[in-house]
Design a protein around this ligand. Sequence first.
Ligand SMILES: [Cu+2]
Length: 179
Amino acid sequence: MAIFGVGNVVLILSILCNVVPSLGTKYTVGDTSGWALSGDYGSWASGKTFKVGDSLVFNYPSGHTVDEVSGSDYKSCSGANSISTDSSGATTIPLKTAGKHYFICSVPGHCSGGMKLEVNVEAAGSSGGDSTPPASGGGSPSTKTAPKQDVPAPSSSSLAAASSFLSWVGVMMIVFLAF
Ligand SMILES: [Cu+2]
């Protein structure tokens, strides 16, 4: 019975591993370079699409901060009226609202030296494609093949990942039971 207990825990963990990342993407600011004076965060952010539900992860050594500021304070590199500030070395900022978000390091000289990040956050699902919403939900039998086209690609691919992972877990459980 203890074996099945372990199997259940593995099963639950595997489900969590597949479900949690689908809630939002975590972007590590500056990638491996982190949040640093040598960074170029304009180029880092360009080409990325941030959505509500995503998070920004700032990694930096001591001697820096992550302040969320207004657009005007971003331009003037002022951390005097910060919306939020953190200097823990590992700052995760959940992007909760659509629109522009501005981040600077409030240590004098660092923002003007390059430690400033502007991101444009889109509403969740706003760029998921041009799929038109179903015209009538009343169950009128209009066409034969219409309902299948409503399945969005990301969820089906994550389902595929989940099922392949679950089958791997199944193999592991068989190995467990065999020994
Ligand atoms: Cu700094």
